[in-house]
Design a protein around this ligand. Structure first.
Ligand code: ATR
Length: 280
């Protein structure tokens, strides 16, 4: 049976993962069987088992399944455990091994492609859901000085602060106090507001002339936040396409033992991304 790969999401039809993995495979003259599997939340466990029975050995997991996938795993990496979510599953024996490459993918995009030095930075993290948790873990590992978490529901921000267990480096503030919390070199939007067509209410006082803003979603759903960033005067603002390509490369390397060139694939997909620099 050929080794099969797939991305699981709901909805999933828009996923760029098949294209990204096919482009990586082409760099090594490989062809892959990589499918899109749209599974509703209550079908995820069964869909993953069926996939494994049909030769599925590697799965990318996207919205809204990352926490559920983590909970289905027989074993997980340390970074997946700390994130409480898994976006890469690998079949090992009769079970799934889970990893989380999202946060590392974001750090690679920021430090490699965008040439940002994260060490010593003060980061504003908008949102405190599953995605925020993975991002916060990776930012701490990358050596940021401080993360300020602001979330619509303050209790969720406080819960994330507690989970991260790094009181010297992480704190939370109320959304309603955002005008009083100063400005930041890096602002990361992890909220799902754009996915539901909602605009975030953000003051321009968060921004200085050196601020970089990143939305971990990509394409259309990131436009609201990135338009705010542009109007507020950020130096640079971009979506999560680079993160998407980097997290996929980490998965590819894990499954196939080869490290693909991500710049070429990122360039090919740029029509799907949103980005601007000051002066644009
Ligand atoms: P994900 O897995 O993408 O992180 P999630 O765990 O459901 O999804 O988290 C969504 C995040 O977006 C939460 O932080 C949520 O805030 P609440 O904790 O208050 O629910 C945030 N969010 C969603 N819609 C929002 C909106 N319109 N304004 C501000 N924050 C929003």
């Amino acid at each position: 049976m050929p080794r099969k790969f797939a991305v699981f999401g709901h909805p999933a039809s828009h996923s760029l993962s098949p294209r990204i993995h096919a482009a990586f495979a082409a760099q090594f003259d490989q062809t892959l069987q990589y499918d899109i599997i749209d599974a509703a939340p209550e079908q995820l466990a069964d869909a993953l088992e069926r996939f494994a029975a049909e030769g599925g050995v590697g799965a990318n997991i996207t919205v809204p399944h990352k926490v559920a996938a983590f909970e289905l795993c027989a074993e997980v990496t340390d970074r997946a455990r700390r994130s409480g979510a898994a976006n890469v599953l690998t079949r090992v024996g009769d079970g799934w091994h889970g990893d989380n490459t999202d946060g590392t993918g974001l750090v690679r995009d920021l430090t490699g492609r965008r040439r940002l030095d994260l060490r010593g930075r003060h980061v504003l993290l908008l949102g405190a859901g599953g995605a925020a948790r993975g991002v916060a873990v990776s930012m701490l590992d990358a050596g940021v000085r401080r993360i300020t978490i602001v979330n619509r529901t303050p209790a969720n921000a406080d819960a994330l602060v507690d989970t991260l267990a790094a009181p010297d480096h992480v704190g939370s503030r109320y959304w309603k106090d955002m005008r009083d919390i100063g400005d930041f070199e890096l602002i990361i939007n992890t909220t799902s507001a754009g996915r539901s067509g909602e605009m975030l209410d953000l003051p321009s006082s968060l921004v200085n002339t050196l601020t970089t803003a990143v939305d971990i979603s990509y394409g259309e759903v990131s436009i609201g936040f990135l338009s705010w960033a542009r109007a507020a005067g950020c130096r640079h603002a971009f979506d999560g396409l680079g993160m998407l390509v980097e997290q996929a490369a980490l998965a590819y390397e894990h499954w196939h033992g080869k490290r693909p060139d991500t710049d070429e694939v990122f360039a090919d997909l740029q029509s799907h991304s949103v980005e601007f620099a000051s002066g644009d």
